[in-house]
Design a protein around this ligand. Structure first.
Ligand code: HEC
Length: 119
């Protein structure tokens, strides 16, 4: 390779620019999955954990008071995802529905989150 020096410099600058750009994109856009999971966790923590507990076992004061079932109890495990979604969307008993405030997609993600806690 025998490029004149100015051409080499230009190429080097171009390569550095591409690297910087690639790094910037990499740092600024964490993978979709990580962002979604972090978001579910923070939603759960702020909206649900007071009754269901961070671990989904409902051992919080409110959870005990309202006799909330643990997500890993047989009763909840027997319920279908559709049924859980319905409870989160529309609410049931002492639990309010979240369709209006969170939207359906978020509620669907929360079903998966609750299932995971119940494993
Ligand atoms: C005020 C306390 C409270 C809050 C806050 C709350 N829940 Fe509940 N949740 C309950 C109670 C009580 C039940 C049981 C309802 C029944 O069967 O009468 C329940 C039931 C459920 C069920 C169905 C399983 C079962 O045990 O019947 C799911 C799934 C669920 N909640 C998810 C959530 C999610 C997700 C959030 C947050 C977006 C949330 N809950 C917020 C009290 C709460």
């Amino acid at each position: 390779m025998n490029f004149p020096i100015p051409t080499m410099k230009k190429m080097l600058v171009a390569i550095l620019a591409i690297c910087a750009l690639a790094l910037a994109t990499l740092l600024s856009t964490p993978s979709q999955a990580t962002t979604a999971a972090a978001f579910d966790a923070s939603t759960y923590k702020s909206k649900c954990a007071s009754c269901h507990g961070m671990d989904g076992k409902a051992t919080t004061a409110k959870g005990k008071e309202l006799k909330v079932r643990a997500f890993n109890s047989d009763e909840v495990k027997k319920m279908s995802d559709q049924k859980l979604l319905e409870v989160i969307l529309k609410g049931k008993g002492k639990m309010e529905g979240y369709e209006k405030t969170l939207g359906k997609e978020k509620c669907q993600a929360l079903v998966a989150y609750c299932r995971n806690l119940g494993k």
